[in-house]
Design a protein around this ligand. Structure first.
Ligand code: GCV
Length: 702
């Protein structure tokens, strides 16, 4: 009997364990809906909701399904519809302001009955409204307070997958690519649906399937059919597919001798290729192009301009309503000028020469997704051209998947930056309000892979989330987004939510602190970018070397970008250029980005620059230690699986933050010969030890 009850106890424990196990698959959508494997549903039990659908398109049905699964039982009936429905039109609701994709949610009387109406001008708008209502409910709202209206401020809200056809993901740290190119188009993994659903819940409406370092093969009939299969899955969720186009494809696939965009045969090849793609994918979004950058082919190979290249492709997709996203991330080994200046120098003169279905896609900063960069000087400098923001959601330079770094504050910092043209902000450039552009966009380099939790950690999901929400509205601040994400992801316990938000909000700054604060950048190890390498100075191209960026010597540190140096500051509008030209008026967080200053320069803290820099390293490491303590404090309140994985990641992060600190301090001390301030813990090893660290098979490096 004793053994039997022991067995029951064990089974009960096991069941309880299973019931609470949570591998993060459901993301912030806790009301179930996993198609890949049955999952527990957090939605309240009870009688199913009545959801009426007026005009049943597949998208409206999806909206209704979401609501039926998640709405609390016993609440008033819900109606999903579009503005074109005669009964809805008769209500004379303010649909005009909603545009194509906006929504409204409000209680109305329809056919003599009270109902909670969710409607947009299109069924996509209605779907977004359904998700907005669920978000409202999951973050403390009630149906009676549900009076929601919103329209996206940005037209193209797009993920960029740097996914390769062999299943690897460039700078991807969440496993293999989600796209199983081999089995497509025959097998459609249910995860494709869950992926689309997650994106739709944020308002993301486009996805570039393949790496910008593109293979021409993506444009062959075989791969077009695979992309078409994905497009079919994504369509009802309001998501269009785009492809990265390899500029030399007319040579590689078409057997032409040139890819010169001014050659009529090249233009004809692209036109035929576009026609072929649109036959398979009638709502194909268009092309993304990385040209003449890091070895990629492009129009500059033929002395044609980036505008020549972009416009030729734009002409090919124009008859089908397609667009071209042309990247401004260019720098060349033949150009000895400051790398931070090159994109501006190349693109600014082209303002006004791009076709009206081209967007120029600009990274948030002028170098490359560093933990902190001042905003890219192209924002505000090309008023006649729609500039699309490119953020990196995957954390190539912020600790890969293991480090907890919430990127909301990074996105917000860039979007809120003033360009120096009147009251204009970067957000105003991106959402088109500053110049009245209607074609607008925001891209995020995805952090999504085949890991069960999609993004390599629970907290990385918040970066996907924040990107999507800010792409919808670039004015949304990072903190409330962190909160709504945490509420939906961990449930309503305020202790967990408050702890998660507190950890998240300082976490990006902590990465800045322990990898190199005060405007330092690009100090990572070569190629794979894992860990510190400030000493690296022997690579072929100067701008590949960290030493090129920090310019540390016995007397001082930092890159002089004033007129005594590269004069990159002159690329900003006059008020910003003036501010940045003087170290005294440059924000200290960007000091060494723009100035070479003495190690003993007095800082606002009262410390010297050296002492201040050391304090930043300690603060960064201390913050991670603090996050571990905070997370320990909610152990009993979070499901075991997600709690443990996060705790393990934080342990890795603390170890690696110390490594960054110690390696960097060892190196700086070898250059400046200064002692550590009193009371500061010396590095654990000598510099030779840190320099000797070597890593093979680092993820994301291909
Ligand atoms: C896709 C950085 C990354 C590269 C990436 C490139 C880009 O250099 O390290 O992996 O290539 O940016 O954005 O094109």
């Amino acid at each position: 009997m004793k053994a039997f009850s022991g067995l029951i106890g064990a089974v009960a424990l096991l069941l309880a364990g299973t019931a609470h196990a949570d591998d993060g698959y459901r993301l912030w959508l806790r009301h179930g809906g996993e198609t890949a494997r049955p999952a527990p549903v957090d939605a309240p039990a009870g009688a199913p909701m009545t959801v009426a659908v007026r005009g049943a398109t597949p998208t409206l049905r999806l909206a209704a399904d979401e609501l039926a699964r998640a709405m609390p039982a016993g609440t008033m009936p819900v109606t999903v519809a579009t503005a074109g429905d005669a009964g809805i039109a008769a209500l004379r609701l303010p649909f005009a302001a909603l545009g194509d994709e906006g929504y409204l949610v409000r209680t109305v009387t329809l056919d003599g009955k009270r109902t909670l109406l969710i409607a947009g001008n299109s069924d996509r708008g209605t779907l977004y409204g359904a998700f907005a209502l669920l978000r409202h409910l999951a973050t403390g709202g009630t149906t009676s307070t549900a009076a929601l209206t919103s329209a996206p401020k940005v037209k193209l809200r797009v993920l960029n997958h740097w996914d390769n056809l062999d299943g690897t993901v460039e700078r991807g740290y969440a496993g293999q690519s989600l796209w199983d190119w081999w089995t497509l188009p025959d097998l459609k993994d249910p995860r494709y649906t869950d992926y689309a659903r997650a994106n739709a819940s944020l308002g993301i409406n486009g996805t570039v399937l393949n790496n910008v370092n593109a293979k021409a093969d993506s444009l062959t009939p075989r791969y077009i059919a695979k992309a078409a299969a994905l497009a079919d899955v994504f369509r009802p969720w309001g998501i269009k597919v785009y492809l990265s186009a390899r500029f030399s494809a007319p040579i590689e696939l078409g057997g032409l001798k040139t890819a010169d965009p001014r050659d009529p045969a090249v233009a004809a090849w692209w036109k035929a290729k576009a026609d072929e793609i649109y036959r398979a994918i009638p709502d194909f979004g268009g092309f993304l192009v990385k040209a003449n950058s890091e070895g990629q082919p492009g129009p500059r190979d033929y002395n044609a301009s980036h505008a020549d290249g972009a416009n030729m492709l734009a002409a090919a997709v124009r008859p089908h309503g397609g667009i071209v996203m042309w990247r401004a991330f260019v720098y060349a080994d033949t150009d000895p000028t400051d790398r931070a200046k090159q994109a501006y120098s190349e693109f600014k003169p082209l303002d006004g020469t791009f076709a009206d279905n081209v967007l120029v896609q600009v990274k948030n900063g002028a170098i490359d997704f560093q933990p902190r960069e001042p905003f890219h000087p192209l924002f505000g400098a090309m008023p006649k051209t729609p500039l699309m923001m490119e953020f990196q959601i995957t954390k190539e330079y912020l600790g890969f998947a293991t480090h907890l770094a919430y990127l909301g504050p990074l996105f917000e910092e860039t979007l809120a930056a003033k360009t120096g043209r009147g009251r204009e902000t970067v957000a105003g450039v991106v959402d088109g309000s500053s110049e009245g552009h209607r074609l607008t966009g925001m891209a995020g380099v995805a952090n999504i892979g085949r890991d069960r939790d999609w993004s390599g950690s629970t907290f990385n999901q918040a970066n996907w989330y924040a990107f999507g929400r800010m792409a919808w509205d670039p004015a949304l601040p990072a903190e409330p987004l962190a909160r709504e994400w945490a509420q939906q992801t961990f449930g309503g316990d305020a202790r967990v939510v408050d702890t998660a938000v507190a950890m998240m909000m300082g976490s990006r700054e902590a990465v800045v602190d322990y990898t190199g604060a005060l405007g330092l950048a690009h100090l990572m190890a070569t190629g794979h970018h894992y860990g510190p390498g400030p000493w690296v100075s022997d690579l072929k191209r100067p701008e590949w070397n960290p030493a090129y960026y920090h310019k540390a010597d016995r007397d001082g540190i930092g890159f002089d970008r004033t007129k005594t140096g590269s004069n990159a500051v002159a690329q900003y509008a006059a008020p910003i250029a003036r501010q940045l030209a003087d170290p005294k008026t440059t924000p200290e967080r960007d000091l060494l980005w723009f100035h070479h200053v003495r190690w003993d320069r007095p800082m606002r803290s009262g410390k010297t620059l050296w002492q201040d820099l050391v304090a930043h390293y300690d603060r960064g490491v201390g913050y991670v230690a603090g996050m571990r303590r905070q997370w320990d404090g909610v152990r009993a309140l979070v499901d075991a699986e997600r709690w443990q994985k996060t705790a393990d990641d934080l342990a890795v992060q603390e170890r690696e933050a110390r490594w960054w600190r110690d390696a960097s301090l060892s190196y700086w001390m070898s250059v400046n010969r200064l002692p550590l301030p009193a009371g500061v813990t010396p590095p654990e090893h000598d510099l030779a030890w840190y320099r000797a660290q070597h890593f093979d098979y680092v993820p994301g490096h291909y």
